[in-house]
Design a protein around this ligand. Structure first.
Ligand code: SAH
Length: 422
């Protein structure tokens, strides 16, 4: 049998055998080092990807500035049209209709997890926050805003493109209002510029920041679409917060609380809860959220959780339910060891602080600390704390943040529910 070779055309991207194998295994990324012939195409456009024999592999977004030079958008050799994208958006929306029933804020599109590399769309009631993290998706920003308007009739669409990863794609950091149903539309405006302009005229910015409320598991939260962390809230923990509510009893402790979202869930089952965050503005937000819900059994502390856990331990304080939801300690592979030390310290303290039968809900959103490493760390912490600990549940990010089996990077959030036996 002769192997057929077709000469690639200049607009195709040709990839090495290694790149081809990776793509055929289901991963959606092809690195620069695996591109043997750059396509003659504009950065941000969709190109055909072929192997060294010219055989078709996929259609992909080309980002010539990025180490991840190609991001596969389709395994079929089809034109990538507006209708193609609309079908993906609708597929994403249909899944959320099935799995989100307890909240009006959720992730509508989770990038690679929804076969839409580089695109994040979060929904907060009738407002949407968009992140376009690659050249390809960035060039489609206006189209995504249009599709959202047609499909969902939103009040506001903002772009939260202040994510650092955009710099790796050669994209600027910018927050702007993309659409407002009350008139002010379009025009790239940085957050700072919006502040400036806002001083005397625009009614839009305070509208965004001031009166957006969402409901999650029956609890109300105020959201700041322009300034809040991520796109305004940590939506990926929604189902884990509901889990924390089910386990909550006795005295509760919510470490790394941000705006009190775990604490407010725990307050339903606990007699009292202490919520800790190092950021004063976050704790202020948490206080406001408690007032909004007429919740009075939470004590708010602006402090370093590492110090506070040690102080509680020194003072022989005891708790029945503890949540640990720190920021990603390992932002890259090189930081894993130091991160594990950090995780171990807080988990060891938390396990010591629990009464017999007490429950620890412990999370890590560091992709580089995988589930196995995280569980090994927890086992060491339990051993050093001298406690027998049961794993009650292994949880992950909420189902509106789908994990694509063949793209391990889409599984980043671990949430282990553990119970101290004695
Ligand atoms: N649990 C929150 C999200 C937490 S994000 C939720 O479900 O919404 C991580 C938080 O940890 C941030 O608010 C950050 O301000 C806080 N943080 C970072 N380092 C900290 C430290 N050393 N001590 C206490 N809080 C810290």
């Amino acid at each position: 049998m002769t192997k057929k070779t077709i000469s690639p055309i200049p607009s195709d991207a040709v990839v090495s055998a290694k790149g081809a194998a990776r793509a055929r295994s289901g991963h959606l990324w092809i690195y620069r080092s695996d591109v043997t012939q750059k396509p003659q195409a504009e950065s941000g456009s969709v190109v055909r990807v072929v192997d060294h024999r010219g055989r078709f592999i996929a259609r992909a977004h080309y980002g010539k500035e990025s180490e991840i030079t190609l991001r596969i958008v389709s395994k079929d050799d089809v034109e990538i049209t507006r209708d193609f994208w609309l079908a993906r958006l609708r597929a994403g929306a249909r899944w959320r209709e099935r799995v989100v029933s307890d909240a009006d804020a959720y992730r509508l599109v989770h990038a690679e997890g929804d076969l839409l590399p580089g695109l994040i769309i979060d929904r907060y009631g009738d407002c949407f926050a968009l992140q376009t993290l690659t050249r390809g998706m960035d060039s489609l920003k206006a189209m995504w805003a249009e599709l959202l308007v047609e499909e969902f009739h939103p009040r506001l669409i903002v772009e939260r493109n202040d994510a650092k990863v955009r710099q790796l794609e050669g994209l600027p950091m910018t927050n702007s209002l993309l659409y407002s149903a009350v008139g002010q539309t379009g025009g790239a405006m940085t957050s700072q510029a919006a502040d400036e302009e806002n001083k005397d005229k625009l009614p839009v910015y305070p509208t965004v920041a001031g009166d957006l409320f969402i409901t999650e598991n029956g609890i109300r939260f105020q959201i700041d679409l322009f300034e809040g962390q991520k796109t305004g809230a940590f939506l990926d923990q929604r189902e884990n917060r509901a889990a924390a509510m089910r386990y909550a009893r006795g005295r509760g402790l919510d470490c790394f609380s941000f705006q009190g979202s775990f604490a407010l869930h725990m307050a339903k089952g606990c007699e009292r809860v202490t919520a800790v965050d190092v950021s004063e503005p976050a704790i202020e937000g948490a206080r406001r959220n408690a007032e909004l819900n007429n919740v009075t059994n939470i004590e708010f502390v602006a402090a370093n959780a590492f110090d506070l856990l040690r102080d509680f331990d020194d003072a022989d304080e005891r708790f029945d339910t503890i949540v640990l939801d720190p920021p990603a300690f390992a932002k890259n592979r090189g930081a894993v060891e130091a991160a594990l030390r950090g995780y171990k310290e807080i988990n060891l303290r938390a396990l010591r602080l629990l009464n017999p039968g007490g429950v620890l809900i412990t999370c890590s959103c560091s992709y580089h600390v995988g589930e196995e490493l995280f569980l090994d760390m927890l086992a060491e912490a339990a051993r050093d704390a001298g406690r027998a600990v049961q794993i009650v549940e292994k949880r992950a990010q909420s189902r509106d943040h789908p994990i694509l089996l063949t793209v391990p990077e889409t599984y980043y959030l671990k949430c282990i529910v553990a119970r101290v036996m004695d």
